[in-house]
Design a protein around this ligand. Sequence first.
Ligand SMILES: CSC[C@H]1O[C@H](OP(=O)(O)O)[C@H](O)[C@@H]1O
Length: 355
Amino acid sequence: MNRDGHVETLRWNGREIEMIDQRLLPARKEYVACNSARSVADAIRAMVVRGAPAIGVAAAYGIALEAVRLSEEIPSRFTEKMNDGFTVLAASRPTAVNLFWALDRMKKRWSENSGRPLADLASILLQEAHDIRAEDIRINRKMGQYGATLLKDGDRVLTHCNAGALATAGHGTALGIFRSAVESGKRISVYADETRPFLQGARLTAWEMVQENIPVTLITDNMSGYLMSRGEIDAVVVGTDRVAANGDVANKIGTYMVAVLAKRHNIPFYVACPLSTIDLSLATGNGIPIEERPAEEVKGFRNCHWAPEGVAIRNPAFDVTPAELVTALITEKGIVDNKTLTDGDLVGFVKKHRS
Ligand SMILES: CSC[C@H]1O[C@H](OP(=O)(O)O)[C@H](O)[C@@H]1O
């Protein structure tokens, strides 16, 4: 646990970045140490570390550690091998824009200091990774404060997948709003979709909430419509991996279904969205790359397979919710309501607030 008493998704041990192996939770909480771009890329692809902001932080450390390693071992091939490091990290997962945002920020830091001795450059890049990690926690806390104003005492709030401390450097985005609401004295209760096939909800969100005694009820993905129809859900709050300029939202597969059901039942559908997750280079959600993950993940779970051999399998890991279904984006700079989104004013909001 870190100073805030929250789980420490990534921690610096003085020479490597350690990250919780989220494939093992909740049964086991174990850290994996990474010391290079490739080892971080492998951890991202295998979902040792997952969640858009956490992926960005991990990638930043992957670049910094690559610089440290190359400056000590093969300084003569520093530029060539650093570019290889950027390439392997960029290829690890396609949907979360935070990965590319972090890589761009590290590349900018590199170019600003390219004339320095390699050891100094490596130190500067390592400090940049530390800063990205610390900023992420601050951003999540600001977002949490804004989002908590949208929840009422006693609200029953549904969430999908895990947008918690485990998906970030700490506090979480959607779950950060829940934590901030509880810190402000609101007695909310969480309904967590199990989120097949990787079970981020059943394994990670439920674990985070139970750890902190925030009331949480686990449901299967096909139960949310029933609970909404019975008036048992007051709001939905989810995270996101990439938001297009028009407000279309990419998030874990199944989010779109939840958004359609929320609209049908007049339940507010909020998206916790750091500015770093907004991709103004894409006009609409049609341009967001959707990761297709291994069929193995759908056949069963871990060593228990229930699908017959030979069956065809699809496994898109994300879907896109159109802006018209989004009640509001909750950012660290304030709340962007649906009218702003559908009027096309998200671009202006981002340009005004993005430093
Ligand atoms: C706060 S971003 C969390 C976001 O990332 C998850 O995807 P994955 O577990 O595959 O990395 C999911 O879309 C969450 O909403």
